[in-house]
Structure formats: structure tokens, C-alpha cells
Design a protein around this ligand. Structure first.
Ligand code: F6P
Length: 541
């Protein structure tokens, strides 16, 4: 723990007391704990009662948000102040889902025009009027992108499978490993496939390599370059580069530098989402996010879902020393949500200098990891229950299935609740010994087994519950996490909207690629990199 002003001694004392007291006692002392520590945003419930907090400590946490001037900084973001101070950019992903009347005319018109073009395309696809160069109907859409130009759309297209407007197949290619694009192309028909190249910068190595591979493949089947117009679209801020690549002007969809890559699924980068679910459902997706935006701006901090989750994350990172945080989505529709959220959270808050450039002396962004469904119980929950690390968990679950079968949803729901309950209450040694004695195991044998079976409990979790996963609910969930991450960045005083570390990797990969093509240059590399390059060169044939 640090001695910075950010760390309050009063909260440190609360931490020690609450850890000692334990969650079970907190529940025993206050039978209204759920009522006191739960909040809702239009149908999305957050139960945060299974956290190591009580009224006093929570009030102190809320005070951290007040002291950080969070309300003012939230408004600065929504109003388009250039809060991304290292790139001198506005952060306006929220404008993409706002009512046009609520944002500046300068961007409202651009947004509406781009959206209408996307909806036109989506109508054509769902009505079977979107045709390839030979007149056959498009039946496969391949999104080529990486990071924010892949993870968000991929996650949402998967999550909203129940709402797809037609039978079109959607495939996402991101890895520069040739396996990814090769296998995808093998499953595609050049007469019926539409490639969408998504790249904010249109300079990203992986995306350009995969896009070139797709274009070459297409041209070997159909050598007439004019046919590209019926099969290739691009979304970018760099429309010039996309046009140079060979995408006809009418197939270029703009985005703007005020949308960060990892926040871009609301822009034309989300074109596959709109193609998959159609205009009406896409609008509902936007309106779910808009609802969360209003909630974040207006709700009292003590009932404000993103603020509460942000404060709890900080509580565990900076006061309890928790290094990681797990996200366990019981809803199978959310299979890609943990991977999506890893970029959103870790690329945003993986920072170690404050906005003014000074080094922080407290922990910032947690290591986020997780999984989907009850399979996680049979893989990593053991470490959460009985391991040595404190790992706060977010559980996400619906009360109704998008694809119901018999009473499986109740089984799913109860599994989720059982896990958070087990983490919270654990299992005492005395109750284990009693049970073992009843089974005829006595004395040292019983003590030995009880030592191993003992589950400490006191492991905190949040549970997010909604009725059924719809485009609206998905919009709410994504915006909730976007704002949680932003609120944390405000309290940590870091810039959540740049990613200079990633840029370093991009630069070095370019240098190393050039050495691989010309091994004579390898002597400028360190011995590890040189050795690995030499191994690569020796094993090429
Ligand atoms: O990973 C770094 C990053 O800049 C992300 O923020 C972005 O989503 C990704 O690269 C892809 O960039 P682009 O959309 O420009 O190809």
C-alpha cells in the first residue's frame, strides 16, 4: 500500500476490521444487506452485497469519488473536452448512441449519415438483395480486423445470435497466423462472400496482411478487379489508405479519431453487428447503452452502477492488494465477453503514470480474466475457493434463456448463486468435523480431512442479473463496463484512452519482420531475439 493522498488511513482501518469480521458476520448482522447493497438501471440488477463493505466504509469509498471530482470529469467526457490528453483527442463514443439532438450538430450529421448507409446495407442483406459479382446472394460476411476492430463486433455478433435477422454466416479473422485467414477462405465461396476490412488507422500489420490475402484469393478466382466492388468494404478513419487498397469510394465507411479502437463497436466498426441483427435491433442495442449513459451521468453515486463497481475494484486493488479480477459469464451468449472486456479494461487502465506524467505509487488496472458458464466451476474456481490469492469476481447471469430447454435455466441460475454463496460463506472446520464424525470418521483422521476440505470463504463478488439477454441489455452491459473503467481512471488520475505500450510492440514487430526478411541485419538485435531469428531462418524449409 502507498502513502499517497489517494489512500485514506480511515479506509485502511475499515479494511482490516472488515476482513476480520468477514462476510458471513456482515450478513448475520444485517438482514437487509441485499436491499442496502443492490442497485438497478432499468432492469439490470447489481447485487454487490457480497463485498467486504459496510455502511461506513462504503460512505468513505463514495467520498473518494467526490474528492476526485468524478461528476465534473464525467461531464467533461460527454461534452467532448479533449480528455485524452496525450493524443489531444475528444472521447466521444457516447455520441454514437446519443439522441442527435443531445450532441453537437457538427458530429450528429456525420453519425446519422454513416448509420443510415449501414442500415441500407443491412436491409439489402436481410432482404436477399445484396449480391456478389455474379448475381448470387451474399451468404457469408468475413470481418477482418484486430483488437477493437474485431473483439467488440465478434463478441456482440456471437452474443446476439438469437436476434440474427437472416442466416448469413459471420466469420471474424484477426490473427496474422496464416491458419486463421487460410482456413476461413477455404470455407468461403468467392461469389457469395463479403469481406469487411475494419481498421481505424488502416496501417495495422495483421489486418492489412489478412486483407491482402483475402483480396489475392478473390482475384485468383475472379481476375476482374472491378468485381472487388461487390465483395470488399472498409471502415476506417484513413479512407485514403483504404481507397489505395482498392476499395471503391461507395464502399468506404468513415469513423473518427474521437472514437477509441476499443470503444468503437458503436461506430461503423460495428457494421457486422448491424448487418447481423438489422436496424431495429441495432437501435435497441444503442438505446440500452444510452440508458446506461444517462444513469452514469445522473444517478446518485450511491445508486450508480458504474461508480459502485469502479469503487469496489479500487477497494480490492489498492487496499486489499488483489492483483486480478475474474469475470464469469454464466450466459453462454456472452462467450466472447471476457476477451472483449480484457482489451477494454487492460488496454485502458494498464497505465503507470498519472495524466501529468508523474509515476503512480498505487496499483492501477487489475489483471482481468475469466470464462463462460459452469465449465469454469470445473476448471479455475478451485483456486478462487481455496487458493492463496484474493480474486474478486463479477458474475453475470440472466433469469430467462434466449434458447430455453426444460428447466435448465433454473439449474444455470442456481449454479451461479451457489458459487457466489460458497465464495462468500466458505465451510468451517467445525462443521466439517461434525459431518465427518457422523460418517464415522473420527479423531486425527477427521481433523486431517477437515484441514484439506476447509473453505475459508470471505471471497467477494458482484452479481449482475438481467431478464433475458437482448440487444438492449447487451448495450447496457457494455456501457456499464466502459463507464466503470473510465470512473476508475478518474480516481487513479490516469489516461484511459491511449495505449502507448501497444504502439511499442507494433514498431518492434515491423523491425523484426524486416530482419526476418534480411537476416544480415540480425546483429543489431539482442542475443535472445537474434537466436530466435536464426532458429526461425534455419527451420523455414
Ligand atoms: O491494440 C492497439 C490498437 O491500437 C487497439 O486500440 C485497436 O483496437 C487495434 O490496435 C486495431 O487498430 P486498427 O483499428 O487501427 O487496425
Amino acid at each position: 500500500m502507498s502513502n499517497t493522498a489517494f489512500i485514506k488511513p480511515a479506509l485502511a482501518e475499515h479494511k482490516a476490521r472488515l476482513l476480520e469480521e468477514g462476510l458471513q458476520t456482515l450478513f448475520a448482522k444485517d438482514t437487509n444487506r441485499f436491499e442496502q447493497f443492490s442497485a438497478q438501471c432499468n432492469g439490470l440488477l447489481l447485487d454487490y452485497s457480497k463485498n467486504l463493505i459496510d455502511e461506513d466504509s462504503f460512505a468513505q469509498l463514495l467520498d473518494l469519488a467526490e474528492k476526485a471530482d468524478l461528476r465534473k470529469k464525467v461531464e467533461a467526457m460527454f461534452k467532448g473536452e479533449p480528455i485524452n490528453n496525450t493524443e489531444k483527442r475528444q472521447v466521444l463514443h457516447t455520441a454514437l448512441r446519443a439522441n442527435p439532438n443531445d450532441i453537437s450538430n457538427a458530429i450528429a450529421e456525420d453519425i446519422t449519415t454513416a448509420k443510415n448507409r449501414i442500415y441500407e446495407l443491412s436491409d439489402k442483406l436481410s432482404s436477399g438483395k445484396l449480391k456478389g459479382h455474379t448475381g448470387k446472394q451474399i451468404d457469408t460476411v468475413v470481418n477482418i480486423g484486430v483488437g477493437g476492430s474485431d473483439l467488440g463486433p465478434y463478441m456482440a455478433v456471437e452474443a446476439l445470435t438469437a436476434y440474427h435477422a437472416q442466416d448469413t454466416r459471420f466469420v471474424f479473422v484477426s490473427n496474422i497466423d496464416p491458419v486463421h485467414i487460410s482456413r476461413t477462405l477455404k470455407s468461403c465461396d468467392p461469389e457469395t462472400t463479403l469481406f469487411i476490412i475494419c481498421s481505424k488507422t488502416f496501417t495495422t500489420l495483421e489486418t492489412l496482411a489478412n486483407a491482402n490475402a483475402a483480396r489475392d484469393w478473390f482475384l485468383t478466382h475472379q481476375p476482374d478487379e472491378a468485381a472487388i466492388g461487390a465483395h470488399f468494404l472498409a471502415v476506417s478513419t484513413n479512407l485514403e489508405a483504404a481507397a489505395k487498397f482498392g476499395i471503391p469510394e461507395q464502399n468506404l465507411y468513415p469513423m473518427w479519431d474521437w472514437v477509441g479502437g476499443r470503444y468503437s463497436l458503436w461506430s461503423a466498426i460495428g457494421i457486422t453487428i448491424a448487418l447481423a441483427i438489422g436496424k431495429q435491433q441495432f437501435e435497441s442495442f444503442l438505446s440500452g447503452a444510452r440508458e446506461m449513459d444517462q444513469h452514469f451521468r445522473q444517478a446518485d453515486f450511491k445508486a450508480n452502477l458504474p461508480v459502485i463497481m469502479a469503487l469496489l475494484g479500487i477497494w480490492y486493488s489498492d487496499y486489499f492488494g488483489a492483483q486480478t479480477q475474474a469475470l464469469i459469464c454464466y450466459d453462454q451468449n456472452l462467450s466472447q465477453f471476457p476477451a472483449y472486456l480484457q482489451q477494454l479494461d487492460m488496454e485502458s487502465n494498464g497505465k503507470s503514470v498519472k495524466k501529468n506524467g508523474q509515476a503512480v505509487d498505487y496499483a492501477t488496472g487489475a489483471i482481468l480474466w475469466g470464462g463462460v458458464g459452469t465449465n469454469t466451476q470445473h476448471s479455475f474456481h478451485q483456486l478462487i475457493h481455496q487458493g492463496t490469492h484474493l480474486i474478486p469476481v463479477d458474475f453475470i447471469v440472466g433469469t430467462r434463456s434466449t434458447d430455453p430447454i426444460s428447466d435448465q435455466q433454473a439449474a444455470l441460475f442456481s449454479n451461479c448463486l451457489a458459487q457466489s454463496q460458497a465464495m462468500m460463506q466458505g465451510r468451517s472446520k467445525s462443521s466439517l468435523i461434525e459431518e465427518l464424525n457422523d460418517q464415522g470418521v473420527e479423531g486425527v483422521d477427521a481433523t486431517f480431512l477437515a484441514d484439506h476440505r476447509y473453505v475459508e470463504g470471505n471471497k467477494p463478488s458482484n452479481t449482475l442479473v438481467y431478464e433475458k439477454l437482448t440487444p438492449y441489455v447487451l448495450g447496457q452491459l457494455i456501457a456499464l463496463y466502459e463507464h466503470k473503467i473510465f470512473a476508475q481512471s478518474v480516481l487513479w488520475d490516469i489516461n484511459a484512452f491511449d495505449q502507448w505500450g501497444v504502439e511499442l510492440g507494433k514498431q518492434l514487430s515491423k523491425q523484426i519482420t524486416s530482419v526476418l526478411h534480411d537476416p544480415g541485419k540480425a546483429d543489431q538485435q539482442d542475443s535472445s531475439t537474434r537466436g530466435l531469428i536464426e532458429f526461425f531462418s534455419r527451420h523455414q524449409k
